[in-house]
Design a protein around this ligand. Structure first.
Ligand SMILES: NC(=O)c1ccc[n+]([C@@H]2O[C@H](COP(=O)([O-])OP(=O)(O)OC[C@H]3O[C@@H](n4cnc5c(N)ncnc54)[C@H](O)[C@@H]3O)[C@@H](O)[C@H]2O)c1
Length: 275
């Protein structure tokens, strides 16, 4: 069964990890996907894999924190597919450190990528989404359901030592989500957030592995200490992190008609870790 047949989805940060798994799963469910990422090479690989297995995808590479990028992203989706049904604000990373040594740059980078960028992307899509819904309501009495999905974290809901910047930003995602749910519910646009706990991506692998993200000429180390991974695994009710594919499943639910009366929710996808 295709849950997203005929839908057009923008997924930021879909060159890797959870976003890439979501792009593949959305396409399997019939959506045309805009694969958007800071890094063009992995984004192109994700889109190529989708198209070679019969799906529809195209790449809009760029940095979500660049001021003109949100408009470019929205225009590209409308130019290529003529509509936007689903926006997934997934792009993000961590820049950990204890609060007393955290720089302003480190703090502001997290608010910029997790709060300001999603806000600007949603705002850039607002004229299209709102006017289309109004026209549909005028023509037939009801607007097509459309979806905004924001990605939060257990750090944003429960806090996490070493992540004052990330936790604050991911808590901001919750506020953004609930507010938009209240503002746009009447346009039949459901806004929800996914709150992940421990999903196996480069953000949660051993820091000693040397994964980095380049930001403003700096190589920022990603990952967590091996001892933390061992501790989390031991305490986890399922005894393991989730896979990106398992993280993408509930995203399809929130993107599909199955969630047409789910609005303003923060769905925790933690394998029971947050219970
Ligand atoms: N992995 C987890 O356990 C976990 C837990 C909670 C929340 N999250 C959130 O899930 C989302 C996806 O993370 P992931 O674990 O798949 O990490 P990932 O590093 O595997 O994928 C994130 C992608 O986002 C892209 N990206 C980062 N900054 C960007 C920018 N400024 N512009 C455009 N693209 C950018 C990266 O290039 C990367 O391809 C993030 O928002 C993250 O904070 C992850």
């Amino acid at each position: 069964m295709e849950l997203l047949a005929g839908k057009v989805a923008i997924i930021t940060g879909s060159g890797r990890g959870i976003g890439a798994a979501a792009a593949r799963l959305f396409a399997q469910h019939g959506a045309s996907v805009i694969v958007s990422d800071l890094d063009p090479t992995p984004a192109q690989a994700v889109a190529a894999a989708i198209t070679s297995s019969g799906g529809t995808a195209s790449v809009v590479a760029g940095d979500v924190t660049e001021r003109d990028f949100p408009q470019r992203l929205v225009e590209a989706a409308l130019d290529q597919y003529g509509t936007i049904d689903i926006i997934v604000n997934n792009a993000g990373y961590t820049w950990d450190g204890v609060l007393h040594t955290m720089s302003d740059e480190q703090w502001e980078a997290m608010l910029m990528v997790h709060n300001t960028a999603p806000f600007r992307i949603i705002r850039a899509a607002a004229p299209y989404l709102r006017s289309t819904a109004k026209q549909e309501i005028q023509a037939s009495g009801a607007a097509t359901a459309r979806k905004i999905i924001n990605v939060s974290s257990t750090s944003g809901v429960y806090g996490n030592a070493g992540q004052a910047n990330y936790a604050t930003a991911k808590a901001g995602v919750v506020g953004l989500t609930k507010t938009l749910a209240k503002e746009w519910g009447r346009f039949n646009i459901q806004t929800n957030a996914l709150c992940y706990g421990f999903i196996n991506t480069r953000l949660t692998t051993d820091k000693a592995g040397g994964e980095t993200i380049e930001r403003e000429g700096k190589q920022i180390k990603l990952g967590v200490p091996e001892t933390l991974i061992a501790g989390l695994t031991m305490l986890h009710p399922m005894g393991r992190p989730g896979t990106p594919e398992e993280a993408a499943g509930p995203m399809v639910f929130l993107a599909s008609a199955l969630s047409n009366y789910v609005n303003g929710e923060i769905l925790e996808v933690t394998g029971g870790f947050s219970v």
